[in-house]
Write a protein that binds this ligand. Sequence first.
Ligand code: PGA
Length: 234
Amino acid sequence: MNKLIVANWKMGMGLAESVELAKSISHLNFESELVLAPSFPYLIAVREAIAAGSIKLGAQDCASRNVSAFTGGVSAAQLKEIGCSYVIIGHSERRIFANETAQVVHDKIKHVLDKGLIPVLCIGEDIISHKSNETKEVISMQLDEIGFNIDWSRVIVAYEPIWAIGTGEIPTTAEIAEVAGLIIEKVKPMKVLYGGSVSKANAGELSQIKQIDGFLVGSASTKLEELEGILVAG
Ligand code: PGA
């Protein structure tokens, strides 16, 4: 399958490392669509590093409102101006560490859609909900509270169980298929991705899940060999 892979580089790499990795990735041969999401200060440098190819640029977040009086914010218009086409929204790390509420996540999606960019909305249950078999209820509730008045056909939804992020643990393929199926049935998004401990070792098996269109990848996307394995798997 021709997958969409969104590489969420988070905050772990500096400028030189980000540019070096982007250059190396741009020399790889693959058919999947790839989006690199480096930290804000490196977006332009990474854009230059991938300029010649078809790799797309994404941001890890953006402001919730398009106003100039928003100190520290980065608007969707600014991201668009420098060549971003995707924006990750509502990652669990932002919801936990930056206290992002469903309303803020909703506003960010609207703001990104208004500027013609593609939001990659992250949703997922925590370990307690997972263990008590409440995953589907949690996912359904998250979609309801974020999704009022949103054109889902322009939104990519990434199913990222919080307990699977950075832990090496992943749900079974049947569990992922079931949740992805629920998301599709409920909101009919543009695409559904899976995220949480995706690696070259499990990408082949995960690629067989017909309800998902690709992956949101964190730490494995910062290692060339891992990312290559994920890109060519399936
Ligand atoms: P991980 O992170 O691939 O390192 O588990 C995924 C994410 O946080 O998007």
